[in-house]
Design a protein around this ligand. Sequence first.
Ligand code: SF4
Length: 105
Amino acid sequence: MSTHDPFRRRFLVVAAMATAALPIALRLIPEARAAALAKLPLDNPQAKALGYVEDAGKATAAGYKPGSSCTNCQFFTAATGACALFAGFSVSPGGWCSAWSKKPA
Ligand code: SF4
């Protein structure tokens, strides 16, 4: 096969571009998913009832344990920012609410 074969050249160019773009695409997919979820409003009735705060360090609830946050809560999905308790919303990774439950190791 000649190196001047236009089909082969096009294939190699497309393959090189796809290979170069793959790491970028993989990095953007979770961000795109997170962007698809609306940020949980602080005035959401359930959020208020559970004492949700975007910064765990500002939690004032009696049940707050230092070091606990959405990041290490079993209801949190890091890839999307979703919380199982707040369907359709994303929560802050550094947030906290009184439903916090330690993520299994
Ligand atoms: Fe964060 Fe867990 Fe409360 Fe959801 S249940 S808001 S992940 S602390």
